[in-house]
Design a protein around this ligand. Sequence first.
Ligand code: MG
Length: 266
Amino acid sequence: MPLDLGSIRTVLFDMDGVLYRGAQPLPGVNEMLAFLEAHGIAYASITNNASLTQQQFAAKVQKMGLKLAAERIMTSSIATNVYLRSVAPRGTTVYAIGMDGLSEPLFGDGYFVLDEKNPAYVVVGVDFEVTYAKLRAACLAIRAGANFIGTNPDKTFPAEDGIVPGCGALLAALEAATSQKPMIIGKPEPGMFIAAMALLEAQAPTTLIIGDRYDTDILGGAKAGLRTAMVLTGVSTAAEVEHEEVKPDAIFADLPDLQRAWQAAL
Ligand SMILES: [Mg+2]
């Protein structure tokens, strides 16, 4: 089914490679956000990055001049928190390996109770200060029956001095030590798409994911039932997806190209 932009009511943006690249804003972002607002189309941005809080992310993109409000940024930590609240009652015990971006949403309002010894859930996000003691506690809890949850599957991420371990690398260590596979919330798993749509009261068939990475944004979005638009301002190329069975519903050079097509479809 060809993509009918006129039917789209909600947009989810991937961040790196769509809104900015590194510290450089990409063209047409503020124009695109104004266009969506003018047409009453809801939007949010979603990222697997679980190292920053919503406020820290907002400060980062606002410094680049992007008009994206903090409450429109959903990290995989926030999505994990939304998911856990949908399956676990207030007062449920959790042990978490992660940074402020994970612990603030989980424990900030007292919904979840931190328990290192006998938690119902072990939640793991990237942690720049991970220690053997933290991995040991998580391992013992998972072996004792705690549910094992990972914020995102990214084994690595690019840092200024090279490629460094991400959440997926910590999950791999615990998987090796427990012989248990985590349930993962971030892209390409459906959890994050579902959490973002729930917050925006959106329906999958009228929601468009705009992403630059085929294997996470596009394939993950398609599996969750969303419509998909790939932009060529990041990782994946048009040639790369030519022979894929599941193709993006549409490919655009960049956001201004997409906005022109959308304008023409209204
Ligand atoms: Mg991206």
